[in-house]
Design a protein around this ligand. Structure first.
Ligand code: SAM
Length: 215
């Protein structure tokens, strides 16, 4: 599995963020630079990921190795990606390298922000975070995780959120095929309002919508 490093700018666009609330969880944060940047802006920002169990040197190595590997996926499915948001492959690589550096520096100076943990059971109390973000785990890996896992994972994200959960993207990794059970999954979320909303980001062609859950 890849431990990728999306940047704050990518998160802003994927989740159509403007002002951040007082507390935010990035669930399955991997090597993303979002938490470091949000914390620098005064937000109570926390990242959770199973990769944070790794010893420091191994985590650095895993994050660094994931950088070229993600470009490999794009090359393999070149016809399924569009470049209008990034502008060029060089700009995308620059954002990801900066984000990885940002993450690796922050994890060394503020390790308390980076909590080891896995869906569908997160180590946080109910309603701990105002906003919960989840990028490129749910739906992306729908070939590995089934509908039951997704239902349990979404319920867990809702449990730790005080008001809102945002998930991006809503398609599978690579060619960006739709997740056939998504409509049924949303119906299974009793007591939760689910909305699919357009965002300004697109990289996998047609993947320009996020799931917003409120309760
Ligand atoms: C493709 S990366 C996405 C990282 C980051 N959100 C980004 O957008 O660059 C997926 C991350 O999910 C993590 N992951 C895998 N299984 C998980 C699980 N069951 N619960 C939470 N995170 C998981 C991996 O360790 C990896 O860092």
């Amino acid at each position: 599995m890849l431990v990728t490093s999306r940047s704050y700018a990518e998160y802003e666009a994927m989740f159509d963020l403007s002002d951040l609330p007082e507390s935010v969880l990035d669930c399955c944060a991997g090597g993303a630079g979002f938490t470091a940047e949000a914390a620098a802006r005064g937000v109570d920002a926390v990242a959770v990921d199973p990769a944070y169990e790794l010893p420091a040197a191994e985590l650095v190595d895993t994050v660094r190795r994931s950088l070229p590997a993600t470009s490999g996926i794009v090359d393999e499915h070149a016809g399924n990606f569009v470049w209008h948001w990034y502008g060029s492959p060089e700009r995308k690589d620059e954002l990801r390298l900066d984000a990885a550096d940002r993450f690796l520096t922050d994890v060394a100076v503020a390790p308390e922000r980076y909590v080891p943990g896995s869906l569908p059971e997160l180590p946080f109390p109910d309603r701990r975070f105002e906003l919960v973000l989840s990028s490129h785990l749910l739906f992306t890996w729908a070939d590995k995780y089934d509908q039951d896992w997704h239902l349990a994972a979404l319920r867990e994200l809702v449990r730790v959120a005080r008001s809102e959960v945002r998930v991006f993207p809503l398609v599978k990794q690579g060619a960006g095929e739709p997740v056939e059970y998504l409509p049924e999954l949303l119906e299974q979320l009793d007591g939760v309002q689910a909305e699919i909303r357009r965002v300004p980001y697109e990289f996998q062609a047609g993947a320009n919508r996020m799931l917003v859950l409120t309760h």
